[in-house]
Design a binder for this molecule. Structure first.
Ligand code: ACO
Length: 376
């Protein structure tokens, strides 16, 4: 039997599969979806166009886009029994736990969508349309807001704000959310997408794959970092305190959330774009508190550790300026990344090979078996 190759901890730099969906140039700080630079998509596109692009490999025509918008609108309604189950969940659970369990439960009511294979495109559209409804159903109840309506007439970005905050966003706010959704929609083989592809590679169904992905995104080293960034900003409190708080954390070997990245060796291009949106929204609302703290944080962390910001550094500030509570930041990330997860699952089904790496065994062998009554 051949000796296993050297262990790559965290599978760093391991090329696990071929994909046409997303390309990251970590040295140049470039992110490409199906051939299109993220900067062009963030400047000119919408989340609906980007979801179509990820699934079909090309930008939609005007008719195809209007068809997808209509489908999203029609697919926003939750099955009655799932609404009842969401309403029975404890109001103090984390929304990511609620989302994971609800995606899994949704599959029980949609058996036709859960067959693995090319037909899963229906499930991809359903899950992308419905995630804001799941979050809205839960969040509105815990906040005592009026009941959710399906609102088939509005964009996914506007629907997300309506579902969570029960208000019509301004044009600037809608665009800010749309850009955030575009920027989070895919990111090559990040941990949650890899989890989705591993699940799909066993020929399990799309809903199971997305359930795996939601559970993986939740962790603070992945999607959960944006919530922790806002906790850090509140701990810092004012620009002059930034240096001391960061130094104290680094002395204790704590990680500074929103900085560093496995793939980018320069600034994450998504952070560059979101920084501008945090400034624009802050100026529009006459509140640059978070923006100024984040600029100070960037400068101290870069000087002390040479680390660059990642996407999670500025997304929390953007959502906070809209009035979104911090525990919904990662769920909003999921409501965008679901487009990428499902695109990857569809790709996996087209060229399926069970993902099953191997481990270098470092445990004992040939231990003498001691019967239970003779053990210490
Ligand atoms: N704060 C302090 N030190 C850091 C940070 C950070 N944010 N990021 C990396 N480092 C240091 C590590 O301590 C380590 O130093 P050492 O060699 O002296 O021990 C070195 O940089 C390399 O770190 P690794 O963890 O090996 O690098 P890895 O590629 O595994 O880390 C990760 C990537 C997990 C994102 C890391 O940078 C991190 O923990 N960042 C904070 C959490 C975060 O912002 N996550 C969001 C990522 S983007 C996303 O998932 C959407």
């Amino acid at each position: 039997m051949p000796e296993p190759a050297e262990v790559q901890r965290g599978l760093q730099d391991v090329v696990a599969l071929e994909s046409r969906i997303c390309f990251i140039d970590g040295r140049q700080g470039r992110l490409i979806y199906q051939g299109y630079d993220i900067r062009d998509l963030a400047a000119r596109s919408t989340f609906e166009e980007v979801a179509y692009l990820l699934w079909y490999g090309r930008l939609p025509s005007a008719a195809q886009l209007s068809d997808l918008r209509a489908r999203f609108g029609a697919l926003r309604v939750l099955p009655g029994p799932l609404v009842q189950r969401i309403d029975q969940m404890p109001a103090d659970v984390h929304p990511m736990d609620l989302l994971r369990t609800s995606v899994s439960a949704l599959a029980l009511f949609e058996p036709d969508e859960t067959k693995p294979g090319a037909s899963s495109i229906g499930g991809a559209q359903r899950l992308t349309a419905v995630l804001p409804s799941i979050l809205g159903q839960f969040h509105r109840r815990r906040k005592g807001l009026p009941a959710l309506r399906a609102r088939p007439d509005i964009s996914q970005a506007a629907y997300l704000v309506y579902a969570l905050l029960d208000r019509e966003p301004t044009e600037l706010e809608t665009r800010a959310v749309d850009v955030a959704l575009i920027l989070h929609a895919d990111h090559e083989l990040n941990a949650s997408t890899f989890a989705a592809r591993v699940t799909a590679s066993t020929l399990s169904d799309l809903y199971s794959a997305v359930t795996s992905a939601v559970g993986t995104l939740k962790g603070p080293l992945h999607g959960g970092a944006n919530e922790r960034v806002m906790e850090l900003l509140d701990e810092i409190g004012s620009v002059p305190r930034t240096e001391q708080v960061v130094r104290d954390k680094l002395v204790r070997h704590e990680r500074i959330m929103g900085f560093g990245h496995r793939v980018y060796k320069v600034e994450d291009p998504r952070a560059t774009i979101l920084r501008e949106w945090a400034r624009k929204l802050g100026e529009a609302k006459g509140d640059l508190h978070y923006y100024e703290l984040l600029r100070a944080l960037e400068s101290v962390v870069h000087r002390e550790k040479g680390l660059y910001p990642n996407v999670d550094l500025y997304s929390g500030a953007v959502y906070s300026l809209l009035g979104v509570p911090p525990d919904l930041f990662t769920p909003i990330f999921a409501a965008s990344r679901v487009a990428g997860w499902t695109a990857h699952v569809l790709e996996e089904y087209q060229d399926l090979r069970l993902i099953r790496p191997t481990a270098k065994y470092v445990g004992a062998v040939d231990l003498p078996y001691v019967p239970v009554g003779e053990r210490n």
